[in-house]
Design a protein around this ligand. Structure first.
Ligand code: ATP
Ligand code: MG
Length: 457
């Protein structure tokens, strides 16, 4: 039977040749978060649907149009469309919010939203995100924004603008909602169907509508920033002061309201114009009311999430570096069953030392095995046959330089391989250093260690 089942629309396969790119992002995000005192949390892929209705908000696109909800027996579950709701639920359920504040957690997870698939917009996508609970201070806002910025820098990304805004607290929001209702009243018949219902329930959502007509109508809508209460204004001012202190450039964008209902005060986005329409690589903000809304005490909190696919598209576009993918260190090409058994034992030993060792498991001829070793980019090869076994030694070939050395196949084998391997690495380093010395310009603060007069090294 022909196998023609394809992956679902809006999902992606990550092939082995690309996994190192994902590992790069995962490593840098994880290590940066840890350096800011965040610890990893892992939460379920699905939650009770009510969790998202109550946190993300019933009038948001995510809840109204994008959730994957399944009925399993009598219970309704939803595949997580984002990480915050489940994370806060887990923190509450496991008593983390009764411990020393602030509580800081991060996660790397998949999210599911039923959207129209496009470049940078998938139905299954991945986020690196974090949440900090227990601080109402604007310095916490500056801290998480600075963390996001550090990640983008460490990934090697450039030209990513930071936009910030404040959407105030429920008090400011009340006055603002009235102003919005008054503004949209005249043209309410032209709004899309969803926005018509939003006008009553949550008019700020109209500003986030993706329909061009609603966008056009909303063009001159009143701005939340003009309706902030004293406390929210002061919070926003202080955040800006801290960002400036940290040397983080930002622009105020009074139009950012974010797509999820739980935000209060600070909201922010990091946006690139280099990857088309889906250019928001990171979005976040403060959600001081969410924990209470989910049944906890009043605990101010904030966080952000980065879309990993969008980060990767931008990194590709900008030619960023990735961690070097691990390749085969040594490939044993074997002739005959005794040689194969020897290769098994030698590979086993080298793997204990952390090397990536391979041998033929397909039963190919010698020529085909060498071709394969080349194809996988093995650093060294060793041919084992009757002669090598009889002499208890074999030639180790450096595939890059073609140099060969004879190694004894005795109990010192792995130690000897180690020395050859380390020599090769040192040669590589020396070459790299030599080319740097030749290639760079000497100046009075040059410390390269060369013999030029100007060198302090
Ligand atoms: P957008 O306005 O692009 O729909 P959003 O406001 O819905 O984004 P958030 O819920 O804040 O996005 O999610 C945080 C980040 O996750 C986004 O900034 C983006 O990088 C990424 N993201 C969101 N939805 C998708 C998706 N469908 N496919 C890929 N990445 C996504
Ligand atoms: Mg969205």
């Amino acid at each position: 039977m022909a196998m023609n089942i394809k992956r679902p629309n809006g999902t992606e396969d990550v092939l082995p040749k690309d996994v190192h790119k994902w590992l790069t992002v995962e490593k840098i995000t994880r290590e940066t978060a840890e350096s800011f005192g965040f610890e990893e949390i892992r939460i379920p892929t699905f939650e009770n649907t009510d969790l998202f209705m109550r946190s993300v908000g019933e009038t948001t696109d995510v809840v109204q149009k994008e959730m994957y909800t399944v009925m399993a027996k009598e219970t309704k579950f939803t595949l997580r469309p984002e990480g915050t709701a489940g994370t806060i639920r887990a923190m509450l359920q496991n008593g983390l919010l009764n411990e020393a504040m602030p509580q800081r957690v991060f996660y790397i997870l998949s999210c599911f939203r039923h959207e129209r698939p496009q470049a940078g917009r998938l139905r299954e996508f991945h986020q690196f995100g974090l949440e900090m609970a227990g601080s109402a201070s604007p310095c916490a806002d500056a801290e998480v924004i600075s963390l996001a910025k550090t990640i983008l820098n460490r990934l090697g990304l450039k030209n990513i603008e930071l936009y910030i805004n404040s959407i105030g607290c429920p008090d400011c929001r009340k006055k603002y909602h009235e102003a919005l209702r008054a503004y949209f009243e005249n043209r309410k018949d032209e709004l899309c169907e969803t926005c018509m219902t939003r006008l009553e329930k949550n008019p700020m959502r109209i500003l986030d509508c993706k329909s061009p007509i609603c966008g056009e109508i909303a063009k001159d809508a009143p701005l939340i920033i003009d309706y902030l209460c004293d406390e929210c204004s002061e919070h926003f001012e202080k955040l800006q002061k801290y960002l400036t202190k940290l040397g983080i450039e930002y622009k105020i964008n009074p139009k950012i309201v974010r797509g999820l209902d739980y935000y209060t005060k600070t909201v922010f986005e990091f946006v690139t114009t280099e990857i088309g329409a889906q250019g928001t690589v990171c979005g976040g903000g403060r959600y001081d009311g969410l924990i209470e809304q989910l049944g906890g005490q009043h605990v101010p909190a904030l966080g952000f999430a980065m879309g990993i696919e969008r980060l990767l598209i931008t990194m590709e576009k900008q030619g960023c570096d990735y961690l070097t993918p691990k390749k085969c260190d040594i490939y044993f090409a074997t002739m005959g069953d005794d040689a194969l058994e020897k290769a098994m034992m030698l590979a086993k030993e080298l793997r204990e030392f952390g090397y990536r060792a391979e041998y033929d498991v397909v039963g190919r001829g010698l020529k085909a095995q060498m071709k394969y070793a080349n194809k996988i980019g093995a650093a060294f090869t060793m041919v084992l046959g009757d002669n090598e076994l009889a002499e208890a030694s074999a030639k180790l070939k450096d595939m890059e330089s073609g140099k060969e050395v004879v190694l004894k196949l005795d109990e010192k084998f792995s130690g000897n391989f180690d020395s050859v391997y380390i020599d090769k690495m040192l040669d590589g380093l020396e070459e790299a250093a030599a080319s740097m010395t030749e290639g760079h310009e000497h100046g009075h603060d040059c410390n390269c260690g060369c013999k030029e007069d100007c060198c302090n090294g």
